[in-house]
Each structure stands twice: as structure tokens, then as C-alpha cells.
Design a binder for this molecule. Structure first.
Ligand code: CUK
Ligand code: CUA
Length: 644
């Protein structure tokens, strides 16, 4: 979501109505949701000691830039995956092997804002291979491998600003989509911001190709689109598999006072994009080569350091050079989310300022684009279709502030409503609301297990709430963000649990544990370690000095580092390449040096990681293992002597 407060000040719905809605929600918090609670909720979320959860919940960290992994139904936090931000817990972004992951065309960036996750899919069904997540601030997409739960790759998106409608995937994970939230001058140049709206600012839709076998990312092409704000996306499935859909707001093209100026139009658009046709046009050479500086960072396998590849140009396709790839479907009013149901027929808009939830029909859209009498207008060569020509139906008066929709695979849709703090359950086809599920408070996204795929597993719904208020023990001015777990398997959804999340989750993905858990790696095989400075046994431990550059080939095993003592001089540039010789599951060693301006690193069994250390003052400096690894963990401590 953008600045949440702007919703309260819009002219669309009267301020009074909104204000009273807010207060009524806060007031109903007095009951604390107890009336919605399943009578045996405790039993249904209880995972006994030694037992495991049924589902993985992956949440985006929002302003913390990482991914949280929690077990469902317990809500237990089981992992943080560092992605776009440095992570002092294990040295991600600091050690010489992962530093490059955070490289961009603007240099090393220690942070980003991550909003949306999508799990890889085959034929529209989750396949448990990868997770993709967007970097919103400096446009990027990351790919996380679900064997290691590590970020394996980060690609920067050029000619974009605010990569919000991203990284939504096509049905067989052929492409991840990226759409610019902020329109900008393309190519970048110094021009007056006032020229926004006069054709000087554009948006782009980027097709990021995903290698079928390795998952490797590359920019296939970009499509130049009118300078609106592109907000969210989801791709089709089944019959609509060739298409992706993007919401727009600010079709008014205001460049200031957006909370008023960008809410004037009664309808904005959902952009329908035929990526298959675009791919064919690019392959036929219909795209121009334009500047598009970006980097592709890949984590090294078998302990090799990450690499950062620089790319200078991209292919840019103009919609007029490839007719029939794009259509605008008018959609009320500043739509936020767009979600395609499991059959691929219904495209649901979340008009955050609208009083209805509009649903477009894919089959009606295909008919509409065959008959030019349905074209009311065009924008940069992209036809605008008649609202009625694509409309399947509208959910009337569902709530205030509808945002995002997921599906249970049984014919129901669940839409989150920020302003009235609730999830509305409604029926596809008849468009009637069947249940209002209060959220405590102010829900953003929601997630159902596989609820955005062709085959939802259903059962659980998690609401990701923005404002926590009175749900936990007070902890000063800031409270942790809160999620709520609902059981949606019966005819009426029942509340089961409140639990805290990391950062501010926007979207989330839930994947049945059975799809992942047996594929995860337990160790890195020492034999396969290809790090150029690995010491694969204590015998190989050594110090090699080349002038003032010192390479320390160091081993760690319960409960000792080799070499025992390292002699350095002030002015040296020392690299501690620490190899963990263990071949046992879950036995990392840590490595930290007194006074070093670096966090510790955590080296996994079989892995080598490198810390760069430049001693400034003579003295004797201890280093030690930071991860409690054996009864003699505390003895895993040694010295660096620094002389003049
Ligand atoms: S956004 Cu935050 S609640 Cu960035 Cu998907 Cu809708
Ligand atoms: Cu190794 Cu503690």
C-alpha cells in the first residue's frame, strides 16, 4: 500500500463515512474477535513438541527487505531469509562471497523495500522450487532457492522506478513481470517534473525471463507504456495463460497532491498484456535496443563467490510495433490489486476507492477485442475497451477499501478491505457476499495456501494486518505487525490465531510443507567445495602473505580453528577464508574478530566464507566462534597478533 492515510482524505467516499467506519472498527476491537474464534482454536493451532507444521508461510518483510518463514498453523517463526538487506546474523552482504548480491548500477545498496512474493509454478500449480520477490525502491527481483532457503540471484530492472507490480509469474514460470510504479523520463534525463503528463514520462512493463532448469534471470524485453502508476499484477492461467494483468492508478498523471489529483477519474485501468505475443514480436526483431544499465548478481555455487554481471542495454518494444499485445480495461477507482481466479476466467480488481468489487471476464475480453466498436479510446496506441464489454459482474457494497483477492478453489473469493478492516468472502458468478471476517486491524494483503494458483490447497487464510493497536503487550510507540490465521475449510471461516510477523509483510505465499521439506539441503558437501581459498582439512590450513595482502586459509571444526595464531601487521589487508569442515546437519560455526567493523559470519557445514580485515592498531585481538556448537564452544577462541 501507499501512504495509508491518503485513503482517508480522498474525495471518493465522504470523509465522514470513512471516519465513522474507522471508529466502528476500533470499537469492535473491544470484543477482540472472540466471537469469531473457533471454540477449539487452541487445539487446531497446537503443534506438539517434536511435531512439525503443515504449511510454510513466507512473508515479505516490507521495509526490512527480507523474507520471514513461519509455520502454519502454529505461527512459529522458523527462519529469516536475507534478500535485499544486509543481515548481521550471518554476515549476508558483508562477507566477500555474498557482498556482490547487493550490487546495483548505483553501486552497493544495503537495503530495499520488498512487497510481493510468488512461488514458482508448473501448469499454474505450486512446484516448491523457487520463490521470487520484488525490490520496490531500487527496482530488482530476487530468486530464492527452496533447497537452501538462500537468495540465489538478484536482477536489477532498468528504466523503472518503484518496482511494485512485481514479480508476478506466468503459468509455467517462463517470466517474472515487473512494472514501474513511478513513471520517469526514459531514458533518464534532467527535465522539469512539471512535464509529467505531457508525454515526457513513461512507464515500462518488463519481462524477466527465467531459465527452466537453473532459474537464471535475464531481461527479455521491456514494453513502453503510458506514464501512469502501475500498481499490481497477476498473470492468467488455463485459458488466459498468455496474458498478464496490471492495475494502474493516477491515470490523471498528476505529479503532486496525488491524494486528491490522482483520485479524480471515476475509473482507471487494468492493463491486459499478451506476453506470448510480445515475446514473438521481440523474437521477430520488432524491439529497439535502448540504454538500460542493470546488473545481474548470482550467488556462487559450491562456495564460489557471488558474481555481478553488468548489462548496458535492453530491448524496448513499442505497443504500436506489435498490435494486439495490450488493452486497457476501465476499472473503478484507483484499483490496487488484480487477481485471477483458479480457472483463469475471472480477473478481479481491487478498486481501493470504489464501492464495488469489479470482476472482468477473460472470455468477454477476448470477444471484446475482436470487435472494434468496443474500443472507446486509445492511449499510445493501446485501445481502451468499454467497461461493460469485459465486465463479468460486480460485488455490490462489499466493504470500503477493497485491495487484494485470493481464492479457495471451491468457488469463493476472499477480498481484503483496508478501510473497514475486514475480509469479505463472496461467491464467484453470483457476486454475493457470504461472510464478513473482521481483521484486527486494517488489513493489507491476505494469503490462502496456493490461493493465487490454479489449484488452491485452501484450508488456511492469513490476513496481514497493518495496524496492531491492542493485540499484544504494549512495547512502546511501535508494535510488531500482526497476522491472523483463519480456518476456511468449513462453510463459515473461523478465527484461530493472532501471531506477529517480521517487518511489515505485504504479500505472502503459503506452500504445503510436503512440497518442500524433503528437498531441502542439509549440508554442503566438502568434497564439492570449489572455493579458491578453501582448506579442506586441518593439514591445508595456512597463511600466505603476498606483500601486505594476507590470505588465511582457516578451518573450523568442533572445537578449534586452524591456524592457531595469525600474525599480521598494521596496513595489511587480510582475508580470513574460513572453511567449516563439519559434515553434520545443523552444525554451523561462527567467526568474529574483536574490533572489526563487520558482523560475524556463520559458516555452514562444508562451506567457505571470507572476512576482509584491515588491522589499524598494534595489539593482540581475539577471534572466536559465535554459534554454540559443542560443549567446548567457549574454548573455540584464538588470537590475531598485530605488529607495526
Ligand atoms: S501492496 Cu502493501 S497492502 Cu505493496 Cu501489494 Cu497492497
Ligand atoms: Cu564453533 Cu561454537
Amino acid at each position: 500500500m501507499k501512504t495509508d492515510r491518503t485513503i482517508f482524505r480522498t474525495g471518493a467516499v465522504s470523509v465522514l463515512v470513512l471516519a465513522s467506519a474507522i471508529f466502528s472498527v476500533v470499537a469492535c476491537g473491544g470484543k477482540g474477535g472472540k466471537e469469531m474464534l473457533a471454540s477449539d482454536a487452541a487445539q487446531r493451532v497446537y503443534v506438539a513438541p517434536g511435531d512439525k507444521d503443515e504449511v510454510y508461510l513466507f512473508t515479505s518483510g516490507g521495509f526490512n527487505g527480507q523474507v520471514g518463514v513461519q509455520g502454519i498453523p502454529s505461527g512459529r517463526l522458523i527462519k529469516v531469509i536475507p534478500v535485499f538487506s544486509v543481515w548481521t546474523e550471518n554476515g549476508y552482504g558483508f562477507d566477500e562471497e555474498t557482498k556482490m548480491m547487493l550490487n546495483t548500477s548505483h553501486g552497493f545498496l544495503p537495503w530495499d523495500d520488498s512487497h510481493h512474493l510468488q512461488a514458482s509454478q508448473t501448469k499454474g500449480e505450486q512446484d516448491g522450487r523457487w520463490l521470487f520477490i520484488n525490490g520496490n525502491n531500487t527496482p530488482r527481483i530476487a530468486r530464492i532457492g527452496l533447497e537452501t532457503f538462500e537468495t540465489e540471484e538478484i536482477i536489477e530492472i532498468p528504466n523503472s522506478a518503484g518496482n511494485h507490480a512485481s514479480p508476478f509469474l506466468t503459468e509455467n514460470t517462463e517470466y517474472a513481470m515487473a512494472a514501474t510504479r513511478f513513471s520517469i523520463p526514459i531514458p533518464q534525463r534532467d527535465i522539469p517534473v512539471e512535464s509529467y503528463g505531457k508525454g515526457e514520462f513513461n512507464g515500462t512493463i518488463t519481462m524477466v525471463a527465467i531459465d527452466k532448469k537453473t532459474g537464471a534471470l535475464s531481461v527479455k524485453a521491456q514494453v513502453l507504456v503510458p506514464g501512469y502508476n502501475y500498481d499490481l499484477s497477476h498473470c492468467g492461467k488455463g485459458p488466459s495463460t498468455d496474458w498478464c494483468f496490471f492495475t494502474t492508478y493516477n491515470t490523471e498523471q498528476a505529479h503532486k497532491m496525488l491524494e486528491i489529483e490522482a483520485s479524480k477519474n471515476d475509473k482507471d485501468f487494468i492493463l491486459a498484456f499478451n506476453w506470448k505475443k510480445a515475446e514473438a514480436c521481440v523474437d521477430q526483431g520488432k524491439a529497439r535496443t535502448v540504454p538500460g544499465p542493470h546488473v545481474i548478481n548470482r550467488r556462487g555455487h559450491n562456495s564460489k563467490p557471488a558474481t555481478s554481471e553488468k548489462v548496458a542495454t535492453v530491448k524496448m518494444l513499442n505497443p504500436t510495433d506489435c498490435p494486439g499485445i495490450m488493452f486497457y480495461m476501465p476499472t473503478p477507482k484507483s484499483p490496487h490489486g488484480v487477481d485471477v481466479d483458479p480457472t483463469g476466467e475471472y480477473i478481479v480488481g481491487g478498486g481501493k476507492l470504489a464501492t464495488v468489487i469489479p470482476v472482468h471476464s477473460y472470455s468477454k475480453m477476448i470477444k471484446a477485442i475482436e470487435d472494434k466498436s468496443n474500443f472507446t479510446d486509445e492511449r499510445m496506441g493501446i485501445p481502451v475497451l468499454k467497461y461493460e464489454s469485459t465486465l463479468a459482474g460486480e460485488v455490490q457494497k462489499p466493504c470500503l477499501g477493497p485491495l487484494h483477492t485470493e481464492f479457495d478453489g471451491k468457488g469463493y473469493a476472499y477480498t481484503s478491505c483496508f478501510v473497514t478492516s475486514e475480509v469479505v468472502k463472496w461467491k464467484l458468478g453470483s457476486w454475493e457476499v457470504v461472510q464478513n471476517m473482521p481483521a484486527w486491524y486494517s488489513i493489507g494483503h491476505l494469503s490462502i495456501v496456493g490461493g493465487d494458483s490454479a489449484k488452491p490447497y485452501g484450508k488456511y487464510l492469513v490476513s496481514l494486518n497493518k495496524i496492531t493497536k491492542d493485540r499484544y503487550l504494549p512495547t512502546g510507540p511501535e508494535l510488531v505487525q500482526s497476522a491472523q490465521l483463519w480456518d476456511i475449510s468449513g462453510s463459515k471461516a473461523e478465527l484461530l490465531l493472532d501471531f506477529p510477523t517480521l517487518g511489515e509483510p505485504h504479500y505472502a505465499q503459503m506452500i504445503p510443507a510436503a512440497l518442500i521439506k524433503d528437498k531441502t539441503k542439509q549440508i554442503f558437501e566438502l568434497e564439492k567445495n570449489e572455493h579458491p581459498y578453501a582448506a579442506k582439512s586441518e593439514k591445508e590450513a595456512k597463511v600466505v602473505r603476498q606483500g601486505n595482502v594476507v590470505h588465511v586459509y582457516m578451518t573450523s571444526i568442533r572445537s578449534h580453528f586452524k591456524p592457531d595464531i595469525v600474525d599480521l601487521r598494521v596496513g595489511d589487508v587480510a582475508y580470513f577464508h574460513v572453511t567449516n569442515l563439519e559434515q553434520d546437519f545443523d552444525i554451523p560455526h561462527g567467526f568474529a574478530i574483536y574490533g572489526a567493523p563487520l558482523p560475524n559470519i556463520l559458516i555452514m557445514p562444508g562451506q567457505t566464507l571470507t572476512v576482509k580485515y584491515e588491522p589499524k592498531q598494534p595489539g593482540v585481538y581475539p577471534f572466536y566462534c559465535t554459534d554454540f556448537c559443542s560443549a567446548l564452544h567457549q574454548e573455540m577462541q584464538q588470537y590475531i597478533r598485530v605488529s607495526r
